[in-house]
Design a protein around this ligand. Sequence first.
Ligand SMILES: Cc1cc2nc3c(=O)[nH]c(=O)nc-3n(C[C@H](O)[C@H](O)[C@H](O)COP(=O)(O)O)c2cc1C
Length: 450
Amino acid sequence: MTQHNRAIFQPSGQIQFGIFFQGVNSGTIWKAPESGSQTDFESFRRIVQTAERGKFAAFFLGEGLRLREHLGRPHALDVVGRPDAQTMLAALAAVTTNIGLVATQNTTYNDPADLAHRLSSLDLISGGRAAWNVVTTDNAWTGANFRRGGYLDHADRYKHAEAFVETAKRIWDSWETSAGPARRVLHEGRHYTVDVSPRLPRSAQYRPVLFQAGDSPEGRNFAARQADVIFSAHPKFDDAVEFRRDIVARSVDAGRGANAVQIMPASEFILAATDREAQEKKAWVRSLQIGPQQAIAYLEQFWGRELTEYDSDGPLPEIDPVVEETSETRGSGFHGAKARQLADQWRAEAKDKGLSIRQFVTSRTARVDATFTGSYTAVADHLAQFARVGAVDGFNISPWLIPTGLDDIVNHLVPELQERGVYPTEYRGTTLRENLGLETPVRSNEPVQV
Ligand SMILES: Cc1cc2nc3c(=O)[nH]c(=O)nc-3n(C[C@H](O)[C@H](O)[C@H](O)COP(=O)(O)O)c2cc1C
């Protein structure tokens, strides 16, 4: 390929699916009769095997290093906990053959040499199916669990993350090859000091695939330089096209090809035989996701105070939020929300649309933009459009029910997509890198001592 061509994005015309198993959040319904358990291996085994039947590229596990809190107490509606991702994925490697196994691991509280070794282990055990979803965690709330408080501020965390990933890549690069012997990796930097020799050989896919999740300009530049795939938050068509344009520009600027970084947005699917049935199903799903208590708790996260005396079927509270209480992230994802301004905005919007607290919160929850609702054929047509223009490389699906939440997708949507020629009918290879169509990394010639 010429230099010129490498700078021009070429849509693959295909989409792939990943599953994002969410151990926390109101998005997964744990109280329906058919719900499984969020910690029993059986829930994980059943859903990963369904995904593999549907030729899903990857199975993702998120990570949270502290249980969420609510008004200073453990968040009773959300305290479910998550087993360690790498431990769970190692077990899942034994009951699957082709699906990729993606462990979310943060760069703030791990050690690069240790994590590189553990990920290499998962990669070898699984026959080259491991991936690392690189996340950064800088909130004081998580840091307190490690006796570090808010030890890394926002401006520093991607520098820290980049040094971490560079170090891990050097370790994966340093195993002996026909071109040269194993190399000792010496790294002395502001954030890490490492003096280590690789302890494991390369896997069938050279090294774990790198995913990145984080949406700031710094996060996007970091992904453009380092990642193979972005786990994005932009699933709506126009937004996805714009995000692709942005990432292509950043990867070309970073000296990589326009197609170097793939994109898989977070998404949710509510499907049925007809559009109407799908809409009815959506109302049912939402009623279970956001019950009266969840609706009040959601507002309390922003208001920073108890609102239990409010009726979830009534209007939003007139009382003002406690700003100081809501300005620190508590694991809820509302970091830096300007609470008072937001409250005014929300009250006006709810009043304008005549929405109760529960209706408002239901309409507001993050997945609204990320949900594809409709008949199998309508949604398949819509997704084919994404594939045609190359808006995304795939979708990372959070099922609202575990372990049966992918059944509809695998039994009905996948065949529709396959008929349209936009979804794989077989796994291309045995490694995740092959299945995603990623290039094998070239061994870096950079000095191992930096
Ligand atoms: C789709 C998506 C999924 C994420 N999943 C996790 C996760 O499982 N665990 C975690 O600690 N952070 C997760 N993050 C948080 C990011 O790693 C990052 O800390 C956060 O987005 C703030 O960085 P930013 O300002 O670059 O967006 C996720 C972010 C996104 C966009």
